[in-house]
Design a protein around this ligand. Sequence first.
Ligand SMILES: Cc1ncccc1N[C@H]1CCCS(=O)(=O)C1
Length: 105
Amino acid sequence: SNTHGLTKCRVLLAELEAHPDAWPFLTPVNQKAVPGYRKVIKKPMDLSTIREKLTNNQYLNLETFIADVNLIFDNCEKFNEDDSEIGRGGHSMRRFFDKRWTELL
Ligand SMILES: Cc1ncccc1N[C@H]1CCCS(=O)(=O)C1
């Protein structure tokens, strides 16, 4: 991946972190506070973990970055009802990401 790709990841991650509906996804789900999460969700992911991996240059290419972002939203859909505050937030954030990813160079 090239410099542009890394810039696009940085811009998109900053926008996701700043989104009003981002609060359920900013830090790892507290598995002590959320019954069932540890058993149901095999690969937890959140925006702070993505931020850490981007800072540590752990994304080999755009695809590995996109895969982690989608993992947040797929985990959310698996665990939360669509008609719940967190469930609706996940759908909102996925729509926002998909739109902005397509708009940016
Ligand atoms: C994204 C998600 N999926 C399933 C359950 C919960 C959450 N979000 C967390 C929001 C912050 C506090 S918490 O860590 O208890 C729960």
